[in-house]
Design a protein around this ligand. Structure first.
Ligand code: GLC
Length: 561
């Protein structure tokens, strides 16, 4: 069999440090907290720990607004704590990956402060400042978080560009000095033992000069300008520089958060022969239950569309690149609340979702708490939400005259805060997350759904994940097999085969609370049951399966020689 790279035959565990575990009782998760829980993480069988940002930050965007790239924020601990964490990860045979936020800094970063203080400072050109046009912004680009992407600075009589929050000015990658700064930051952490980087919002680095106006969104003067800043050709050049100068020589892996890309661009980024990126973290696959780009205009899950999106990337990248597989992260609501059944079939549907995703081609990313089937937190007051995106959307919604109750429901279903509530460790105060007052309220159901309870239950979601991670490892079909979706138009069934020379597998998943019938595909009768969330599949004499609500299983068949 072809030998996989370490990140190909791996499962990555993603930690959002502020909400994982608080070791010092100040209410905020910290690096020591992660270190204390490394045995738990390793017990899942995962290979890699990815931590979201823990650098000095005013926390305008959950730590993705960095004011000092080379220092641990005191809220998370010290550099010694970081070193102990990496050593602990390595001692358990795992790798450590961290975020690199290269599209923007915090407005409190000394570079930006110097840029604001003096137009002639070399730091002014680290960012994108432009004069206004007819007394307005230089263009009508919308910020991804809402409103204009330009912020006026009266003292300079100029606007600066921020694709995200106004406290996140975009760096100017056209300035070679910026690129050198970035390379040296990447080397700094590599020297401390980091094994790879998750490159944040990295396909937005290059913006079309001239910042052309775009079609405004309904009811807004601003419009989405992704065509002018996502995946521009110069980005490939930057990726090759990162690879040739740092990632390649240091043997670091890269996973890149990218969106809005076509097939050719995706292959361009990920084809090993081109030396750009290792893995693509394509989050637009998850835009299947909303209207357009607007996550706060939810739609029911369109399963055929979801399968189509996944099948598409499986096919485009097969033999041409590698995918990250995920249903949850710190930007998404909880997978079981969104795609499964939070109620009666919570545990079964959480297992089914994992069963559906983890046998596709790519590297699964397991977001903290997903392995417990943690649900959205179900807050009862708007004051419990913290995220900039949620609060901006709420403000705009209320200004349009929408009700608070409506927004409470929306934020409980769709906000990024849904995935950022503290990890539920046990049924104690603050879900065992902190001995102090948690910075965010725990989930309403933490007393029932928590790691301690699931540890003791052989049938728990947690123990299902352990089995799942073990059985997928090293399998030729999982690693290299061709993916074929069956019944692509079926609104409830998510069924695919993975075919390699040595073996083939079949993953069958019922995305509904109803019983469904489905003929067992040819060649899988008598196959080995690798994994199931309901026990043995129910198969009648005619070879028709009766799938129970939210049932999911995988059958393996050895290929005929
Ligand atoms: C990425 C991060 C998200 C952040 C954004 C801006 O999408 O995952 O949390 O807000 O980039 O840095």
């Amino acid at each position: 069999m072809r030998q996989p790279k370490w990140w190909q035959d791996a499962v990555v565990y993603q930690v959002y440090p502020r909400s994982f575990y608080d070791a010092n009782g100040d209410g905020v998760g910290d690096l020591r907290g992660i270190t204390e829980k490394l045995d738990y993480i390793a017990s899942l069988g995962v290979d890699v720990v990815w931590s979201c940002p823990f650098f000095v930050s005013p926390w305008a965007d959950g730590g993705y607004d960095i004011a000092d790239y080379r220092a641990v924020d005191p809220a998370f601990g010290t550099m010694e704590d970081f070193e102990a964490l990496v050593a602990g990860v390595h001692a358990r045979g795992m790798k450590f990956v961290m975020d690199f936020v290269g599209n923007h800094t915090s407005d409190e970063h000394p570079w930006f402060q110097a840029a604001l203080a003096d137009k002639n400072s070399p730091y002014h050109d680290y960012y994108t400042f432009r004069p206004g046009k007819d007394g307005r912004e230089p263009s009508n680009w919308a910020s991804i978080f809402g409103g204009s992407a330009w912020e006026y600075v009266p003292a300079l009589d100029e606007y600066y560009l921020h694709l995200f929050a106004k406290k996140q000015p975009d760096l100017n990658w056209e300035n070679p000095q910026v690129v050198e700064e970035v390379l040296s930051i990447l080397e700094f952490w590599a020297d401390k033992g980091v094994d790879g980087y998750r490159l944040d919002a990295i396909n937005y680095l290059y913006k079309e000069p001239g910042y052309p106006d775009v079609e405004p969104l309904p009811g807004s003067p601003y419009g989405f300008a992704t065509a002018h800043y996502a995946n521009k050709p110069r980005v490939h050049e930057h990726f090759r520089t990162l690879r040739s100068r740092v990632m390649g020589p240091r043997g670091l892996s890269t996973v890149a958060e990218v969106a809005y890309l076509d097939d050719e661009t995706a292959r361009g980024y990920a084809d090993p022969a081109r030396g750009e990126l290792d893995m693509l973290y394509l989050f637009d696959v998850l835009n299947v239950d909303q209207q357009g780009f607007d996550k706060f205009s939810p739609l029911p899950l369109d399963l055929p569309r979801f399968k189509q999106a996944l099948a598409h990337w499986q096919q485009v990248l097969h033999g041409h690149g590698w995918l990250a597989l995920f249903l949850g992260n710190h930007d998404q609501p909880r997978a079981v609340s969104r795609f499964g059944d939070e109620g009666r079939y919570r545990a079964r549907s959480a297992k089914m979702l994992a069963n559906a995703m983890y046998f596709l081609q790519g590297t699964p990313y397991l977001y903290q708490g997903e392995e417990l089937g943690m649900t959205n937190p179900h807050y009862t007051s708007l004051s419990q939400f913290k995220d900039v995106e949620a609060l901006d959307a709420l403000r705009a919604g209320l200004a349009r005259g929408e009700s608070e109750q409506h927004w409470l429901e929306l934020l409980n279903a769709r906000s990024r805060d849904c995935g950022r509530a503290p990890f539920s460790w046990n049924d104690g105060p603050a879900a065992g997350f902190t001995a102090g007052t948690p910075w965010m309220d725990p989930c309403a159901d933490a007393a029932q759904i928590n790691a301690a309870a699931e540890e003791n239950d052989p049938d728990s979601v947690l123990n299902f994940y352990r089995t799942l991670i073990r059985v997928r490892k090293g399998r030729p079909s999982v690693l290299w097999g061709r993916t074929d979706f069956l019944v692509p138009e079926d609104p409830d069934l998510f069924v695919y085969t993975r075919t390699a020379e040595e073996e083939a597998l079949l993953s069958v998943n019922n995305f509904s609370g109803e019983e469904r019938h489905f003929p067992l595909p040819q060649g899988f009768a008598g196959g080995e049951l690798l994994l199931s969330n309901c026990g043995a599949p129910q198969l009648d004499e005619e070879g028709v399966l009766t799938l129970r609500p939210w049932e999911g299983f995988v059958l393996l068949r050895k290929q005929q020689p």
